[in-house]
Each structure stands twice: as structure tokens, then as C-alpha cells.
Design a protein around this ligand. Structure first.
Ligand code: ZN
Length: 432
């Protein structure tokens, strides 16, 4: 490690490499993306055939896009998929013809509010075709005719997703999901992927207590497919986070799981509060894949950790969600927040004070000396007293941290020191 921003630079570089790829909910773009991730992490690639029933849905046919353009009378491509992959409506069906502007206009998408940006549009489940372009370019288009072609296919294939499992000492799992279905959009899509990759690398080196499962899936249909194929795993999943929008300059947001008071909800709230400006929001059945993980029949304890949430930054779902929007320092801070939340999940537990009749003599055991001389000596001493007082088997370390108004890490460190001096023992049969 040579500098605080080093992981930020690595994540930004990965985002820059993945940015030009035309991804969708199926197809080569997702395969190419996951192939690049395989260079950095051990990823298992799954292919689920088109037509596979997944709960109330069916895995769709695969989209193949080769080229798409609108040419003016001089033969110049005034809308060009090769220049920007947002230029074609994602999942456009093939089309070829010569059209006037009036005929073409219902198939053109532009936003007057952001006249220089290309909007992002999809048509996965409706058989349609179209183009997206800046409003200013649309205003400059003459009556035509235009040569229009979308060289695409929708045909039986498969839905591709990637999964990386890091086995801990406990079978209890933390699930992290990132969607990988957006084409050239950097914050919404690639920032979550990049942070997840960096988390995986760190966890693999750390040999954690909990097991971690990362899934890189197309939005909605990908999480539905994964859930349908993995029902047997649900009881092992003790916490989860959807990782998204982690590179923009906005403040951190945590959207609670449907349960609202799951360990992940409490851990995320505690960590974000300690880290500074942030916002905690209640669950709602909209947004990213937490909608699926938190559907009533599934109800997994999965929240959503982001900087600016779904749809709330002006660049959202436009060509302005590009590499300029994503900052190294924002990515690094997001990564740190995930790691601190994981640390709470790793270390939280309930302990029993083994010397509960009045305070044990800490000085005799060298416990005051052990913590003396540090700038936070007073806090460390208070952390010890709080842990001893509250460790009656009914309060977890996170409960104690909140009650004491002290950082979780300080409370967990105090518990470790006290356990090493045989003053504490785990209250439950917990894997340490
Ligand atoms: Zn999106």
C-alpha cells in the first residue's frame, strides 16, 4: 500500500476499462465484462438458458447488437452506435429502412432538460426499436429522408452472471450484489462492480470469520434468476448489501432492508454515522435489486449502500454518467464504508462478564497500563467499563457501542483485551 488513494485509482482504472463495453441484461457485453473481472478475482460464470422459468418470470432471449445508425442524405452517420452505445435503445429489435423525420420521430428519444446528453433507454420486454440522441441534435435534424438500420438479433441463448464465494470459518453468509447490465454508464453499474472487486481482493487476503458471496448480475431479471436458483441458500444469508452508485461526489446513503432492524441495518447505520455526513432511509419496494431480495416471500436482510441513490443525480441514466462523474476519492471512501460495515458484522457478538460481582480489579491485571499513554486512553477505559457492565448475555457489542456513544471498533477491541484476560467469554456458541 503506497497511498490512501491507491484503491481509488485501481477502481477508477477498472471502470475506465469496462466503460466502453455495450452491456445488456444478456449477451456478449456481460460475458466480456465478467471475463475482465476474472483476471482479478476468481469468478464462477453461470449461463442460464433462455426460456428457463424463474418464479413469475422467464429468462429472455439473448440480445445481439452489431451496429446501428441513422444516416442523412450525405451518408453521414448522425446517430451512431459505434460512437456511443447509448445511441441505440437497449434490446432494440432489428430494423432497416428509409424514413422521413416524421416517420422516424416516434423511435427517437431525447431529453429537453439536458439538451447535450444522450438518454439511456431500454426495451427488454416490448418488441420495439429506437435511438437516443441529444435534444440539440434532434432539433437540428431536417425532414429527411434518412437511412436507418439496426443490425441486431434477439434469439435463444442464455443469461450470464458471475459469482464469487469466499469461504469463512462460519457458514453464515454475507451477500453482496452489483448489477452488470448497463452499457456505458459509470456510476450506475460500474462503480458498484469496481468496489465489489476490491472488497473481494481484501477479503481473500483477510481470511474472514463470515463467508461472503458476491454476485454480478443483470438488474431485476438477474437477481430474480439467482434467487430462483438459490432458494436453498436463503437460511445461510445473514446480511446483504446491494452495491451501487459508489463513485459520485454525493454523501453516503443506506436504504434499510425490508426488516428494518436486521444486523446489517444496524451495522450500516452505526458506521455511516461515525463516518460523517450521510442519510439512512427506510425500505421501499423500488430502486435496485433490494426490491427482489426483500420481496415478501424471500425477505432477506439485504439493504442498499450507495452514495447518491437511484435516479437522484441529474446525470442518472444519461451519457453524463461517465468517467468524469466518478471520483477516485469517492470510490475509496465507499470502499472504506463497506469494509467498516463488514468489520462490525465480523466482530459483533454477545459476551458474558465472568467477574460480574462488582467491578473486577483492572489495575491488578495490568489493564489500565495496557491502555495507558494513548491519545484515546479515556475512551478506551470507558469502552472497557461499558463492555464489562453490559456483557450480561443480553447486549451485543454493537448495542454497547451505541449505548456508550463510542465507535464499534473501540468496543470490540476492549472486548478482545478483556477476553484475553479471562474476564469475558462468548455468550453463545459463536465461531470466533
Ligand atoms: Zn440504472
Amino acid at each position: 500500500m503506497t497511498g490512501a488513494n491507491e484503491p481509488g485509482a485501481a477502481m477508477k482504472a477498472l471502470i475506465a476499462r469496462l466503460y466502453p463495453i455495450c452491456r445488456s441484461i444478456t449477451g456478449e457485453g456481460v460475458r466480456e465484462t465478467l471475463g475482465i473481472l476474472c483476471e482479478e478475482i476468481p469468478l464462477e460464470i453461470h449461463e442460464v438458458p433462455s426460456g428457463t422459468p424463474v418464479f413469475d418470470w422467464v429468462v429472455p432471449d439473448e440480445w445481439v447488437i452489431r451496429d446501428a445508425f441513422v444516416k442523412d442524405g450525405t451518408g453521414e452517420r448522425i446517430i451512431d452506435f459505434q460512437a456511443h452505445n447509448l445511441s441505440v435503445v437497449n434490446y432494440s429489435r432489428p430494423f432497416k429502412g428509409t424514413l422521413t423525420l416524421d416517420e422516424l420521430r416516434p423511435h427517437l428519444h431525447a431529453e429537453a432538460e439536458h439538451p447535450d446528453w444522450i438518454p439511456y433507454r431500454t426495451s427488454y420486454y416490448q418488441e420495439n426499436w429506437g435511438f437516443c440522441l441529444p435534444w440539440n441534435r434532434l432539433q437540428a435534424m431536417g425532414p429527411g429522408p434518412y437511412e436507418v438500420e439496426i443490425d441486431a438479433e434477439v434469439k435463444p441463448g442464455s443469461l450470464t452472471y458471475g459469482e464469487c464465494f469466499i469461504e469463512g470459518r462460519s457458514a453464515e453468509e454475507v451477500l453482496v450484489s452489483a448489477h452488470c447490465c448497463h452499457p456505458s454508464l459509470a456510476n450506475d453499474n460500474l462503480s458498484g462492480i469496481a468496489v465489489a472487486v476490491e472488497l473481494i481482493k481484501g477479503l481473500m487476503a483477510a481470511k474472514p470469520r463470515l463467508s461472503y458471496r458476491f454476485i454480478f448480475i443483470p438488474g431485476t431479471i438477474g437477481s430474480i434468476t439467482w434467487l430462483a436458483l438459490n432458494e436453498a441458500r436463503f437460511p445461510s444469508i445473514k446480511a446483504g448489501l446491494v452495491a451501487v452508485n459508489l463513485g459520485d461526489p454525493g454523501i453516503m446513503h443506506y436504504k434499510k432492508s425490508r426488516r428494518g432492524d436486521a444486523p446489517i441495518d444496524r451495522a450500516a447505520a452505526h458506521v455511516l454515522k461515525a463516518r460523517g455526513d450521510h442519510r439512512i432511509e427506510d425500505f421501499s419496494p423500488y430502486g435496485y435489486d433490494e426490491r427482489q431480495f426483500c420481496s415478501p416471500g424471500i425477505d432477506l436482510p439485504v439493504g442498499c449502500l450507495s452514495r447518491t441513490p437511484y435516479g437522484r443525480f441529474p446525470e442518472y441514466h444519461t451519457s453524463a454518467d461517465n468517467l468524469d462523474l466518478v471520483r477516485e476519492e469517492a470510490l475509496a471512501a465507499s470502499l472504506a464504508a463497506f469494509r467498516e460495515i463488514f468489520a462490525v458484522l465480523e466482530r459483533d457478538g454477545t459476551w458474558l462478564n465472568l467477574s460480574p460481582m462488582a467491578e473486577p480489579m483492572l489495575g491488578r491485571r495490568g489493564l489500565y497500563a495496557a491502555i495507558g499513554g494513548r491519545s484515546d486512553t479515556k475512551d478506551r477505559q470507558m469502552a472497557m467499563l461499558w463492555v464489562l457492565n453490559q456483557s450480561d448475555g443480553r447486549h451485543s457489542l454493537l448495542d454497547i457501542a451505541e449505548k456508550a456513544g463510542l465507535p464499534f471498533a473501540l468496543i470490540a477491541d476492549a472486548a478482545e483485551v478483556l477476553a484475553a484476560h479471562d474476564l469475558l467469554a462468548p455468550a453463545e456458541g459463536r465461531v470466533l
